[in-house]
Write a protein that binds this ligand. Structure first.
Ligand code: CP
Length: 307
């Protein structure tokens, strides 16, 4: 099977069958990660460039490691260390990578739609590693892989996504992906951080986080971007934590074996307390590991799409 497009720009564009296919390939790739010698010839001769205009630890490193584990030529460019700092446009930068023979360009950009724009101007496959408030598709794929591993299924799970939904590309990709895979998505968070039309995406939204978490199989906390307080969208951090943060008391409302997830980086004590992070059913580390497997699968599928 192949993906219908040359790029991975978002889960909005993928079918349930395509999502299942990527998750299946990621399960195969995970076998490589548990070996002592993490090296395969899958992408020998192929070139992957990561182009990051925003900070990242997990996403950038996991794409780089995924490329290297599969023997690709891997290079990284950041905005501050490239000709972007001299005023080169996004399209010209992407075309420069393209004519150097890059097979896959992985891009993170603060502007929603930036990956979609460059995808129209390059032959290389483009992977969205997070664009503004739009999507972060490989994050949602690794989240779904973690749910599938831990719960044995995605269909029928109740997933509570809690926090700053309005500014979260992670939330948006998970909503698209989980809906397609047959999960029930419930959102919880302050009204000022909840998009007005969000229920049109097939989810239920509550300002009362307790209502969102009640009976959940998975509680996914979102990172609070602290600058939202300056913009007047939030009360104090202390109040945010009290009313919308997830702690062990609030978690008692979820199912006893509910998974606790967070895309990272975590603001400990604000959106999620350390006691909750330390529970056995907190799977934040497993999410990070699965990020490498998912990115290996995505790179392998897209770099070889012409074969
Ligand atoms: N979850 C996530 O995207 O983390 P990074 O910003 O560290 O890549």
């Amino acid at each position: 099977m192949k993906l219908s497009g040359k790029d991975l720009l978002g889960l909005k564009e993928l079918s349930a069958e395509e999502i299942r296919y990527i998750l299946y390939q990621a399960e195969i790739m995970k076998q490589i990660l548990v070996q002592d010698a993490k090296k395969t010839p899958h992408l020998q001769g192929r070139t992957v460039v990561t182009l990051f205009y925003e900070n990242s630890t997990r996403t950038r490193l996991s794409f780089e490691l995924a490329s290297k584990y599969m023997s690709a030529n891997a290079a990284n460019i950041t905005a501050s260390g490239s000709s972007v700092a001299k005023g080169e446009s996004l399209i010209d930068t992407a075309r420069t990578l393209d004519v150097m023979g890059t097979d896959v360009i992985v891009i993170r950009h603060q502007m929603s739609g930036a990956p979609h724009l460059i995808a129209q101007h390059v032959k290389a496959a483009v992977v969205n590693a997070g664009d503004g408030m739009n999507e972060h598709p490989t994050q949602a794929l690794l989240d779904m892989l973690t749910m599938k591993e831990k719960k044995g299924r995605i269909e029928g799970l109740k997933v509570a996504i809690v926090g700053d939904v309005a500014h979260s590309r992670v939330a948006r990709s998970n909503i698209y992906g989980l809906n397609k895979m047959g999960a029930e998505v419930v959102l919880g968070g302050p009204a000022t951080l909840m998009p007005r039309d969000i229920e049109s995406l097939g989810v239920t939204a509550y300002e009362d986080v307790d209502k969102a978490i009640k009976g959940a199989d998975v509680v996914m906390c979102l990172r609070l971007q602290k600058e939202r307080q300056q913009s007047g969208l939030l009360p104090s951090m202390r109040e945010y934590s009290k009313f919308f943060g997830v702690d062990t008391k609030r978690l008692r409302l979820a199912k006893e074996d509910a998974l606790i997830m967070h895309p990272g980086p975590v603001n400990r004590g604000i959106e999620l307390c350390t006691d909750a992070i330390n529970l056995d059913r907190a799977v934040i580390d497993e999410q990070v590991t699965n990020g490498v497997a998912v990115r290996m699968a995505v790179l392998n599928i897209l770099a070889k799409r012409g074969n």
